[in-house]
Design a protein around this ligand. Structure first.
Ligand code: FAD
Length: 481
């Protein structure tokens, strides 16, 4: 290790303490590789500050020495956005020690916490005061609120509560020069000038490090009902949604769709998940209704609407969960999609969102075009159908992905098909996962040049030296192996 890196290690240790700095080597490995194991970077140190003041001091230290900073949460992101690139002078900052819940207010319906809190801990903290934090996703046992905010995470409750952008009231952020933006206010209404906090939500750590947040809470669902529908196509799913909305309104909490091929990939590869229904149709829809009042019979309206839907030929079969265990078993399938895909082959994943009325055309075109262009690809789909957000995934046998250049060409070809179709249907290439490394070339290709120019201007204003998570969102070097 060079003298300057040795100096950096001891300088960082002076700020956070020896045991909270991990030098390069085996102990660093989990922090320099992304969740899919696709990107592998380098770092002079992984640093775990214990307070906002320590984060600010570490950032100032790095800025003074031109060390690049990579904020990292639970490292469950899908786009390589939390992985350092292949320069040696990166410092990964993790907030694992910043997990304090500073305040939970049933009066204001808010929770104020440090950004290293694990999502599941936040859900539990809300539950402890008889409140509900609705963000829910497959990685909730390990992803952090700072990461959720920085990716503007979506998940399975967006239909009713929106993405995390709709749940954030206030933010504290350490800026790339070490100053602290103190927007940690629990105000429901605040029209004082530009909504600065919004800039940091979904910024993928490129504009600063989120250190604390005030989030909205809600009354917990105390009654629920869940059904699984077997369907011929996504247009039927959308028709069922329309009928449900007309009857149950906001009680429609989740609407998640999976293709048969998607469920088969899970069945074949995830040993701890059993598929609790037979696969007899091309599509499967999970419908969940919730109500905040206890003892509300939601099965009755759900069964009525779904029986009518079956009569109208919209569903081939309906399974109403008769107890919590059955509902959990159905959710377990949905929560295993990422795991199943990762185990099934090389994943070429997409996060498209298209207007609801164009979903059916999008699905049909994109599947036909990928299969025609790459016959050995297995196309699986799942998504938050009510939000218009479908994940189209091509699973490629790893035997076809031995040569990095050929794999890159294959991925580019599939991406181009999906991007073409997404644009043709008036959609966008990322609904919830973000851009990171994986999608930055695609962003440049499909985005209005003025949008990119404005984004670059904002980046330049806050981070003129380009040290905050460099190479993410915008092309600037790379760490692709
Ligand atoms: P990381 O992966 O560590 O980081 C993500 C980005 O945020 C990076 O750019 C990083 O630099 C930045 N970042 C992290 N912490 C901070 C901080 N404190 N300040 C500033 N920047 C920061 N996503 C969805 O939206 N919906 C889903 O349904 C969903 N399901 C998933 C299921 C599984 C099984 C897995 C593995 C992932 C899933 N994801 C989903 C993706 C991922 O979990 C989310 O993107 C999550 O929000 C990332 O949080 P994290 O703490 O792991 O962030």
């Amino acid at each position: 290790m060079s003298d300057s890196f040795q100096d950096a290690l001891s300088g960082l240790a002076d700020i956070v303490g020896d045991k909270h700095v991990i030098a390069s080597g085996a102990d660093q490995e989990p922090y320099v590789v992304d969740w899919r194991g696709r990107y592998h970077g380098r770092a002079v140190a992984v640093v775990k500050p214990g307070s906002t003041a320590e984060v600010a001091a570490v950032v100032k230290y790095c800025a003074a020495r031109q060390l690049a900073i990579v904020p990292q949460g639970g490292n469950t992101g899908m786009c390589g956005a939390a992985t350092p690139d292949d320069r040696a002078g990166n410092v990964v900052i993790r907030l694992d020690r910043m997990r304090a819940v500073r305040d939970v207010s049933p009066l204001a319906n808010t929770i104020t916490l440090e950004a290293g809190c694990i999502l599941a801990e936040v859900q539990n903290a809300a539950r402890s005061v008889d409140r509900y934090f609705p963000l829910s996703l497959g990685a909730e046992g390990s992803c952090q609120i700072g990461g959720n905010i920085s990716t503007n995470a979506g998940g399975t409750a967006v239909l009713r509560y929106g993405p995390i952008r709709d749940l954030v009231l206030g933010l504290e952020v350490v800026l790339p020069d070490g100053r602290v933006f103190n927007g940690l206010r629990a105000l429901r209404k605040d029209n004082t000038g530009y909504a600065l906090k919004q800039l940091f939500i979904g910024a993928e750590g490129t504009l600063g490090i989120v250190t604390a947040a005030v989030l909205k809470l809600f009354a917990p669902p105390r009654s629920s009902a869940l059904a699984l529908l077997k369907l011929q196509g996504v247009e039927q799913a959308l028709e069922v949604m329309q009928r449900l909305r007309g009857v149950v309104g906001d009680r429609l909490g989740s609407l998640e769709i999976m293709s048969r091929a998607q469920i088969e990939a899970i069945a074949e590869t995830v040993p701890h998940v059993t598929i609790p229904f037979e696969l007899t149709t091309p599509w499967y829809l999970i419908v969940e209704l919730t109500d905040t009042l206890p003892g509300v019979d939601l099965n009755e309206p759900l069964a009525t609407v779904l029986a009518e839907a079956m009569e109208a030929g919209l569903a081939d079969d309906v399974i109403l969960a008769s107890n919590l265990a059955q509902a959990k078993a159905i959710w377990a399938v949905r929560h295993s999609v990422s795991e199943g895909n990762k185990r099934s082959g090389y994943v070429v994943s997409h996060d498209s969102v298209v207007p609801l009325e164009r979903q059916a055309a999008f699905v049909a075109n994109v599947e036909a075009r990928i299969k025609a262009a790459v016959p050995h690809a297995r196309v699986v789909m799942h998504g938050h159908i009510g939000d218009g957000n479908l994940h189209v995934i091509a699973l490629i046998d790893r035997a076809h992905c031995q040569d990095p250049a050929a794999t890159a060409a294959l991925v580019a070809e599939i991406n181009e098909i999906v991007d073409d179709e997404t644009a043709a249907q008036g959609g966008a290439i990322s609904a919830e996962h973000g851009i990171g490394f994986t999608n930055r070339d695609r962003l440049a290709r499909v985005t209005d040049p003025l949008d990119i120019e404005l984004m670059r201007d904002i980046k330049q204003l806050l981070d003129p030296n380009g040290l905050m998570n460099p190479g993410k969102i915008f092309t600037a070097g790379g760490a692709r192996r």
